[in-house]
Design a protein. Structure first.
Length: 507
């Protein structure tokens, strides 16, 4: 089974199928025809001797330098080589595959003036699971992700490095083993491979997928924490949500109500005379408002990324008017500002979700607020229980707060002041992976604390659906009756969260 790229109808599920599950790709017939038509415009311009940026001129600050017809092919090869200046750890296989299919789809739109052969080669590489080694650092997110895409383009032309069957090889050797012929670049084709936002878009798109999993997981963890702290579900009344009609808040409130339905803990505590609390702490009572704001923020970022999935981000763009005429127009669609700002929005959402989870962990481990044994251990003093688990959550949360500092306002001039305002979108998207690991581990700690708290309230049971989450935790981590190292427990529950075990309860 394969997915046909047209440049116009790539969706997040299809992107994830290719990046995560290795689905094969090919070009649609309509995409091939559009690409041939735009290529003809470029070839006519080269034959005429007219000047167009990047086709027969230098690049960036060197745009005024004219390149002879005899040198246009060498110009494209030189561009790829000179821009392959990336550093740092290489992108993962999943990130690389996402980047490749996004670039192929953008070129398939037929506005870049490249031959179908260029995109077909990218498809062949994806289908053979032959992946360029792409360093993660070096892009400022304007004129596209130039350095990362140059390392991708190197392998397309049989240079650079690539992985094939688990082995890192010179690009030419990897192409040979995969049975793929390298591309001999024609006018504009090197520039078209490099000019694009597909590095930052790949990382942002993958981060959005994991963030969606974790915001649902956070609802599950919060529902367990609510019972462990014997909180009131009254704040999640649908009438309250309707009075301030944010979609995300309504979703979370509905999730919490479903998860805690049938809870014996709340019913037993409702009339307890010793409880003088009128309202719960904000980290419980305002869970729909906080988690909901995260949901709405992620939805906004997803809308921006969805536009980018099927956008032409090359420069210049080639517009076909009829069989014999077309226009080549320079613009700025390569600029990553929309994605950089979306990545900042996602970073803030991730930091927020971790921050409120850590506050619930504190509420549960602190005997002044929990009405449970100190640090959730039956014998506090002799045992420290979850004392340092809370400290770890605090450390992860604090780290995410610093990582959430906006990148999109941190421009720095490049290319002889020609590219004088850049987006920093790639670095903004790169930090999301690290933040998501911190968040997932923080939520894992909350799940462990909440299940421990509920166990301390036995024989009373939590809600029917929440109990399934508790059972999943207990299948990996037994109740803590005396001190033991908790790293393995946290990692095991974090892996469950990554696999979607908890969010699947809400489907």
């Amino acid at each position: 089974m394969s997915f046909a790229l047209s440049g116009n109808d790539l969706t997040f599920p299809r992107l994830y199928d290719v990046a995560l599950r290795g689905e094969q790709v090919q070009l649609t017939a309509s995409a091939i025809e559009r690409m041939k038509a735009s290529r003809a415009v470029v070839e006519r311009l080269v034959a005429s001797g007219a000047i167009a940026y990047g086709i027969n001129t230098g690049f960036g600050k060197l745009a005024s330098v004219r390149i002879s017809t005899e040198q246009v092919r060498q110009l494209q090869v030189n561009l790829v080589r000179s821009h392959a200046c990336g550093l740092g750890a290489p992108l993962s296989e999943t990130e690389t595959r996402a980047m490749m299919v996004l670039r192929a789809n953008a070129l398939a739109k037929g506005l870049s003036g490249v031959r179908p052969q260029v995109v077909e080669t990218l498809c062949q590489m994806l289908n053979a699971k032959m992946h360029p080694v792409i360093p993660s650092q070096g892009s400022v997110g304007a004129s596209g992700d130039l350095a990362p895409l140059a390392h991708l383009a190197q392998v397309v032309i049989g240079e650079g490095r690539a992985t094939f069957h688990g082995e890192v090889l010179p690009g030419a050797e990897a192409m040979k083993r995969a049975g793929i012929a390298p591309v001999a670049l024609e006018a504009k084709e090197g520039l078209s491979l490099l000019n694009g936002t597909q590095g930052m878009l790949a990382l942002l798109s993958l981060a959005l997928r994991e963030a969606d999993i974790l915001v649902d997981t956070a609802d599950v963890a919060a529902s367990l924490s609510l019972d462990a702290l014997r909180g009131s579900p009254g704040a999640f009344d649908s009438r309250i949500m309707h009075a301030r009609a944010y979609a995300g808040a309504a979703t979370t409130a509905g999730n919490l109500a479903r998860l805690n339905e049938g809870s014996e803990i709340r019913e037993s505590h409702r009339s307890a005379e010793k409880d003088t609390r009128v309202q719960d702490a904000y980290s419980l009572r305002c869970t729909p408002q906080v988690h909901g704001a995260v949901r709405d923020s992620l939805a906004q970022a997803r809308e921006i990324a969805a536009v980018e999935l099927n956008s032409a981000t090359d420069n210049p763009l080639v517009f076909v008017r009829d069989a014999n005429n077309g226009d080549i127009i320079s613009g700025g669609n390569f600029h990553g500002q929309p994605l950089a700002m979306a990545a900042d929005q996602v970073a803030i959402a991730i930091a927020t979700l971790g921050g409120v989870a850590e506050r619930r962990i504190e509420q549960m481990t602190n005997p002044l607020t929990s009405m449970l044994p100190a640090f959730l251990t039956p014998e506090p003093g002799l045992n420290s229980g979850f004392m340092i688990a809370q400290v770890t959550a605090a450390a992860l949360t604090s780290e995410n707060k610093t990582l959430a500092t906006p990148h999109s306002v941190d421009s720095i001039s490049t290319s002889g002041n020609q590219e004088d305002y850049v987006s920093m979108g790639m670095s903004g998207a790169r930090r999301l992976g690290r933040m998501l690991v911190n968040l997932r581990n923080t939520i894992a700690i909350e799940l462990l604390c909440a299940c421990q708290g509920i166990d301390l309230l036995a024989p009373l049971q939590t809600g029917t659906l929440a109990k399934k989450a508790s059972d999943a935790v207990r299948a990996k981590s037994a109740k803590v009756t005396q001190d033991r190292p908790l790293t393995a427990d946290i990692e095991a529950v974090s892996a469950l969260a990554a696999d979607g075990v908890f969010c699947s309860l809400l489907r």
